[in-house]
Design a protein around this ligand. Structure first.
Ligand code: GAR
Length: 209
Protein backbone atom coordinates (compact mmCIF):
# COMPACT_ATOMS: atom_id res chain seq x y z
CA UNK A 1 0.00 0.00 0.00
CA UNK A 2 1.59 3.28 -1.10
CA UNK A 3 1.69 6.37 1.08
CA UNK A 4 0.21 9.39 -0.68
CA UNK A 5 0.02 13.14 -0.13
CA UNK A 6 -2.47 15.50 -1.74
CA UNK A 7 -1.47 19.10 -2.57
CA UNK A 8 -4.44 21.47 -2.80
CA UNK A 9 -5.19 25.21 -2.74
CA UNK A 10 -8.95 25.50 -2.76
CA UNK A 11 -12.28 23.89 -2.14
CA UNK A 12 -10.97 20.35 -1.91
CA UNK A 13 -13.73 18.26 -3.49
CA UNK A 14 -11.12 16.20 -5.33
CA UNK A 15 -9.08 15.83 -2.15
CA UNK A 16 -12.16 14.54 -0.39
CA UNK A 17 -13.03 12.11 -3.21
CA UNK A 18 -9.46 10.74 -3.10
CA UNK A 19 -9.43 10.45 0.69
CA UNK A 20 -12.82 8.70 0.77
CA UNK A 21 -11.80 6.28 -2.00
CA UNK A 22 -8.64 5.48 -0.03
CA UNK A 23 -10.69 4.86 3.08
CA UNK A 24 -12.89 2.42 1.17
CA UNK A 25 -9.75 0.61 -0.01
CA UNK A 26 -10.36 1.73 -3.61
CA UNK A 27 -7.34 3.95 -4.25
CA UNK A 28 -4.43 1.54 -4.04
CA UNK A 29 -2.82 3.78 -1.44
CA UNK A 30 -3.30 5.63 1.81
CA UNK A 31 -3.79 9.42 1.89
CA UNK A 32 -1.50 10.33 4.77
CA UNK A 33 -1.11 14.08 4.35
CA UNK A 34 -2.61 17.23 2.88
CA UNK A 35 -0.22 20.02 1.90
CA UNK A 36 -1.99 23.34 1.46
CA UNK A 37 -0.64 26.73 0.39
CA UNK A 38 -3.64 28.90 1.41
CA UNK A 39 -4.53 29.24 5.09
CA UNK A 40 -8.16 30.13 4.29
CA UNK A 41 -8.76 27.22 1.86
CA UNK A 42 -11.89 25.13 2.61
CA UNK A 43 -9.86 21.96 1.88
CA UNK A 44 -8.26 22.37 5.34
CA UNK A 45 -11.59 21.89 7.09
CA UNK A 46 -12.31 18.84 4.92
CA UNK A 47 -8.98 17.32 6.03
CA UNK A 48 -9.80 18.04 9.67
CA UNK A 49 -13.18 16.29 9.34
CA UNK A 50 -11.53 13.30 7.68
CA UNK A 51 -8.78 13.28 10.33
CA UNK A 52 -6.03 13.62 7.75
CA UNK A 53 -3.00 15.59 8.83
CA UNK A 54 -2.62 18.97 7.10
CA UNK A 55 0.55 21.05 6.92
CA UNK A 56 1.11 24.47 5.41
CA UNK A 57 4.80 24.99 4.70
CA UNK A 58 5.96 28.50 3.70
CA UNK A 59 5.30 29.54 0.10
CA UNK A 60 7.61 32.57 -0.06
CA UNK A 61 7.14 35.67 -2.15
CA UNK A 62 5.62 34.27 -5.33
CA UNK A 63 2.00 33.58 -6.26
CA UNK A 64 2.40 30.84 -8.88
CA UNK A 65 5.31 28.84 -7.47
CA UNK A 66 6.86 27.82 -4.16
CA UNK A 67 9.90 30.00 -3.57
CA UNK A 68 11.81 27.29 -1.66
CA UNK A 69 10.53 23.75 -2.12
CA UNK A 70 13.00 22.26 0.40
CA UNK A 71 10.69 22.59 3.48
CA UNK A 72 7.87 21.01 1.44
CA UNK A 73 10.10 18.08 0.52
CA UNK A 74 11.17 17.76 4.14
CA UNK A 75 7.52 17.37 5.26
CA UNK A 76 6.97 14.70 2.59
CA UNK A 77 10.15 12.76 3.36
CA UNK A 78 9.51 12.83 7.10
CA UNK A 79 6.25 10.94 6.51
CA UNK A 80 7.57 8.55 3.88
CA UNK A 81 5.34 9.96 1.15
CA UNK A 82 5.82 8.05 -2.12
CA UNK A 83 3.35 9.66 -4.52
CA UNK A 84 1.97 13.23 -4.79
CA UNK A 85 -1.53 13.99 -6.04
CA UNK A 86 -2.22 17.58 -7.09
CA UNK A 87 -5.89 18.45 -6.65
CA UNK A 88 -6.56 22.08 -7.49
CA UNK A 89 -3.03 23.07 -6.44
CA UNK A 90 -2.46 26.42 -8.10
CA UNK A 91 1.34 26.61 -8.07
CA UNK A 92 3.75 25.05 -10.53
CA UNK A 93 6.28 22.61 -9.14
CA UNK A 94 9.99 22.92 -9.84
CA UNK A 95 13.19 20.92 -9.68
CA UNK A 96 13.37 20.08 -5.97
CA UNK A 97 9.98 18.36 -5.88
CA UNK A 98 9.96 17.14 -9.49
CA UNK A 99 13.42 15.62 -9.06
CA UNK A 100 12.46 13.91 -5.78
CA UNK A 101 9.31 12.33 -7.28
CA UNK A 102 10.06 11.25 -10.85
CA UNK A 103 6.97 9.73 -12.52
CA UNK A 104 5.23 9.92 -9.14
CA UNK A 105 3.24 13.19 -9.29
CA UNK A 106 -0.26 13.26 -10.78
CA UNK A 107 -2.52 16.22 -11.48
CA UNK A 108 -6.13 16.69 -12.52
CA UNK A 109 -7.00 19.46 -14.96
CA UNK A 110 -10.50 20.57 -16.03
CA UNK A 111 -10.11 20.24 -19.81
CA UNK A 112 -9.22 17.64 -22.39
CA UNK A 113 -5.50 18.40 -22.56
CA UNK A 114 -3.64 19.52 -24.60
CA UNK A 115 -6.58 21.90 -25.11
CA UNK A 116 -6.86 24.76 -22.63
CA UNK A 117 -3.93 24.35 -20.22
CA UNK A 118 -3.32 26.84 -17.43
CA UNK A 119 -5.80 28.96 -15.54
CA UNK A 120 -9.55 29.22 -16.21
CA UNK A 121 -9.70 26.12 -18.40
CA UNK A 122 -13.52 25.98 -18.29
CA UNK A 123 -13.86 29.63 -19.34
CA UNK A 124 -11.29 29.07 -22.08
CA UNK A 125 -13.30 26.12 -23.43
CA UNK A 126 -16.56 28.10 -23.40
CA UNK A 127 -14.95 31.11 -25.06
CA UNK A 128 -13.48 28.90 -27.77
CA UNK A 129 -16.87 27.39 -28.50
CA UNK A 130 -15.90 23.72 -28.21
CA UNK A 131 -18.82 21.27 -28.10
CA UNK A 132 -16.97 18.76 -25.94
CA UNK A 133 -14.56 19.40 -23.08
CA UNK A 134 -13.80 17.31 -19.99
CA UNK A 135 -11.00 16.52 -17.61
CA UNK A 136 -7.55 14.96 -17.70
CA UNK A 137 -5.38 13.15 -15.18
CA UNK A 138 -1.73 13.41 -16.16
CA UNK A 139 1.79 13.00 -14.87
CA UNK A 140 3.39 16.25 -13.83
CA UNK A 141 6.65 17.38 -15.39
CA UNK A 142 8.36 20.75 -15.76
CA UNK A 143 5.99 21.95 -18.50
CA UNK A 144 2.57 23.39 -17.71
CA UNK A 145 -0.24 20.78 -17.84
CA UNK A 146 1.78 18.88 -20.45
CA UNK A 147 2.92 15.57 -18.88
CA UNK A 148 1.86 12.15 -20.20
CA UNK A 149 -1.86 11.45 -19.93
CA UNK A 150 -3.14 8.76 -17.55
CA UNK A 151 -6.90 9.17 -18.03
CA UNK A 152 -9.45 11.49 -19.64
CA UNK A 153 -13.20 11.77 -19.74
CA UNK A 154 -15.33 13.94 -21.98
CA UNK A 155 -18.11 16.30 -20.88
CA UNK A 156 -20.53 17.74 -23.42
CA UNK A 157 -20.95 21.51 -23.61
CA UNK A 158 -24.66 22.33 -23.76
CA UNK A 159 -26.21 25.25 -25.63
CA UNK A 160 -26.55 28.15 -23.22
CA UNK A 161 -24.13 26.65 -20.68
CA UNK A 162 -22.79 29.09 -18.09
CA UNK A 163 -19.25 28.67 -16.83
CA UNK A 164 -20.53 27.57 -13.43
CA UNK A 165 -22.97 25.00 -14.87
CA UNK A 166 -20.30 23.49 -17.10
CA UNK A 167 -17.71 23.54 -14.30
CA UNK A 168 -20.13 21.74 -11.98
CA UNK A 169 -20.59 18.91 -14.51
CA UNK A 170 -16.82 18.67 -15.03
CA UNK A 171 -16.24 18.57 -11.25
CA UNK A 172 -18.70 15.72 -10.91
CA UNK A 173 -16.77 13.72 -13.50
CA UNK A 174 -13.42 14.65 -11.88
CA UNK A 175 -14.46 13.22 -8.54
CA UNK A 176 -15.12 9.89 -10.23
CA UNK A 177 -12.22 9.91 -12.69
CA UNK A 178 -9.36 10.93 -10.41
CA UNK A 179 -9.65 8.11 -7.83
CA UNK A 180 -10.03 5.53 -10.61
CA UNK A 181 -7.03 6.87 -12.48
CA UNK A 182 -4.91 6.87 -9.32
CA UNK A 183 -5.91 3.31 -8.54
CA UNK A 184 -5.00 2.17 -12.04
CA UNK A 185 -1.71 4.07 -11.99
CA UNK A 186 -0.73 2.58 -8.62
CA UNK A 187 -1.92 -0.97 -9.07
CA UNK A 188 -1.49 -1.91 -12.74
CA UNK A 189 1.82 -2.29 -14.55
CA UNK A 190 2.49 0.56 -16.98
CA UNK A 191 5.30 1.84 -19.11
CA UNK A 192 6.03 4.89 -21.23
CA UNK A 193 6.17 4.67 -24.99
CA UNK A 194 7.24 8.15 -26.03
CA UNK A 195 4.57 10.43 -24.63
CA UNK A 196 2.12 7.58 -24.16
CA UNK A 197 1.46 5.74 -20.93
CA UNK A 198 0.64 2.15 -21.82
CA UNK A 199 -1.07 0.03 -19.19
CA UNK A 200 -0.71 -3.74 -18.98
CA UNK A 201 2.19 -6.16 -18.68
CA UNK A 202 4.60 -6.00 -21.60
CA UNK A 203 4.68 -9.12 -23.80
CA UNK A 204 7.98 -10.21 -22.23
CA UNK A 205 6.68 -9.78 -18.67
CA UNK A 206 3.53 -11.63 -19.65
CA UNK A 207 5.59 -14.60 -20.85
CA UNK A 208 5.05 -14.14 -24.59
CA UNK A 209 8.68 -13.41 -25.51
C1 GAR B 1 -10.61 21.17 -10.19
O1 GAR B 1 -11.58 21.43 -11.17
C2 GAR B 1 -9.27 20.90 -10.84
O2 GAR B 1 -9.38 20.23 -12.06
C3 GAR B 1 -8.75 22.29 -11.05
O3 GAR B 1 -9.11 22.97 -9.86
C4 GAR B 1 -10.34 22.43 -9.37
C5 GAR B 1 -10.18 22.15 -7.90
O4 GAR B 1 -11.41 21.80 -7.34
N1 GAR B 1 -7.34 22.31 -11.26
C6 GAR B 1 -6.74 23.14 -12.09
O5 GAR B 1 -7.32 24.01 -12.71
C7 GAR B 1 -5.25 22.95 -12.18
N2 GAR B 1 -4.72 23.67 -13.30
P1 GAR B 1 -11.45 21.18 -5.87
O6 GAR B 1 -10.62 22.11 -4.98
O7 GAR B 1 -12.88 21.17 -5.48
O8 GAR B 1 -10.85 19.81 -5.94
Amino acid sequence: MRTLAVLASGNGTNFEALALAARRGELGGRVALLLCDRPEAPVIERARRLEIECVQPPTGRFRTRIEDEAPWLEELRRRGIEVLLLAGFMRRLHQTLLGAYPDAILNIHPSLLPAFPGLDAVAQALAHGVRVTGCTVHLVDADLDAGPIVAQEAVEVRDGDSESALAARIHEVERRLYPRAVRRFLTEPWRREGRRIVFGASRIEAGHA
